[in-house]
Design a protein around this ligand. Structure first.
Ligand code: ASP
Length: 437
């Protein structure tokens, strides 16, 4: 049996064990034991992945761009990538809005539960609102200004500033194409070497994925259910339909939109594609972070799907930073759900505004856990829904964050496969079984 299949099954089994352990631990009151002895393994795994994210984006994007023959090739591949990213996000948003309007999950939340949830999460709301205030007070061009860091090293020292790192990498890559070969060669060799070393570190880290995933899931379940296990059924009763709406939307995006793109625009078989992305999806689900999953996505794209380095090293870091279809879909559903629950009517214009805002918000969302909720506050405030409404959804947000991150990462890899196929840079022999570890 091929290596990657065994590997993703091992991670899936670890995830199942982590889930069972978490439920038992929550009911048995093992919160302290779990926090002291189990959670640290998950945290270490998560940190190891995040630790390599910035150097990986920098090294792979710079060497990816510099390996293009000229700026025309960069603008061709860049143009296609951004156009497909925007199109898939738009489709995700329309799926989300259609579902939330048709299924109307807000009508399933009883008034008493609504008040209870608003009281329980009042302090969490204040915290997120404060973070969002900064975002809403900016001028219309502020996102563009924010993209340009004033200090390279400062930008590279914060995982939330990945867009700055992408910008620096673009500049370096373009300049490397423009300077004479003799001058570019030493710096390019340095980035290529850094890229190879980081990928090796990632391979080593992934060996520990089952332990890390077990720790992360066990800790999450124990913490989420552990505070008051008795409230879980009530929470699920009230928010179950909302959660289901988000999950159905994500499933349609993954198994219909992406499957259709792969089927129509690449020579890959769907079975090979989904087997190839499984490892990245599982790590995304466990870590809730596209940035932490990037190293795994890059490895899977190359070793399991046969996407060339040239394409994956450009498309994937960009996607992890700006392409968040799952997040956009969730933000659209959550905004309308909150309005439905609070009895605020939204007309067509409001809904179209949500599409536009969620499109921008999903681009601006940092690729770290819970970032989508902060941007959701910005959307709510812009269309005049009280931001305190997020109290209604925070109880189930961690699980939905895990699921939407898995969709985000699948979207990035799908687009990488499509661009690779368009550019004649997809080695189908790899996906049909000839992959390397
Ligand atoms: N956790 C998500 C990601 O990293 C972002 C979000 O929706 O919160 O892709």
């Amino acid at each position: 049996m091929p290596w990657y299949r065994r590997s993703h099954w091992r991670i899936l089994i670890a995830l199942g064990f982590g889930l069972c352990y978490g439920v038992v631990a929550a009911y048995a009151g093992w919160q302290d034991f779990t926090a002291a002895w189990i959670a640290p393994f998950g945290t270490i795994f998560f940190r190891l992945l995040l630790l390599v994210a910035v150097p990986l984006v920098l090294a792979s994007l710079v060497s990816g761009i510099a390996s293009l023959s000229d700026l025309n090739e960069l603008s061709r591949i860049g143009g296609k990538t951004i156009a497909i990213y925007l199109a898939t996000t738009l489709v995700a948003l329309l799926i989300g809005l259609t579902l939330v309007n048709v299924l109307n999950p807000g009508s399933y939340v009883p008034g008493s539960v609504r008040l209870g949830l608003q009281q329980t999460y009042a302090s969490d709301v204040t915290e997120r609102e404060q973070l969002a205030v900064e975002a809403t007070e900016r001028g219309p061009l502020q996102p563009l200004v924010d993209m340009v860091p004033e200090n390279m090293f400062f930008a590279a020292s914060d995982n939330r500033r990945m867009l700055n790192v992408v910008f620096i990498a673009l500049l370096l890559g373009v300049a490397l194409i423009l300077v004479p070969n003799a001058k570019a060669a030493p710096l390019l060799a340095l980035f290529e070497s850094l890229d190879a070393v980081i990928i090796k570190i990632v391979e080593l880290v992934i060996l520990a994925a089952p332990i890390g995933v077990f720790g992360l899931i066990a800790d999450t379940v124990t913490r989420v259910a552990g505070d008051s296990p008795a409230d879980v059924p009530q929470l699920l009763g009230a928010l179950g339909f909302y959660s289901l709406t988000v999950l159905v939307g994500l499933a349609i995006q993954i198994f219909f939109t992406y499957a259709l793109l792969v089927r129509l625009l690449t020579p890959l078989r769907l079975r090979s594609f989904f087997a190839g992305v499984a490892q990245a999806q599982l790590v995304a689900f466990s870590t809730s972070s596209s940035a932490a999953t990037l190293p795994v996505s890059m490895k899977s794209a190359k070793n399991h799907l046969g996407i060339s380095d040239e394409v994956s090293s450009f498309v994937l870091p960009l996607g992890a930073t700006i392409n968040m279809d799952g997040t956009g879909l969730y933000q659209a559903i959550a905004a309308v759900f909150i309005a439905q629950t609070l009895g605020i009517p939204l007309d067509l214009f409001d809904q179209l505004t949500i599409v536009l805002l969620a499109l921008l918000a999903s681009i601006g969302t940092a690729a770290v856990p819970s970032a989508g909720v902060v941007m959701l506050v910005v959307i709510l405030e812009t269309i005049g829904i009280p931001a305190t409404g997020i109290a209604l959804i925070l109880g189930v947000d961690r699980f939905l964050d895990m699921s939407r991150t898995a969709a985000n990462v699948t979207g990035d890899i799908t687009v990488a496969a499509v661009v690779a196929a368009m550019e004649g840079q997809l080695d189908t022999a790899v996906a049909s079984g000839g992959e390397q570890a």
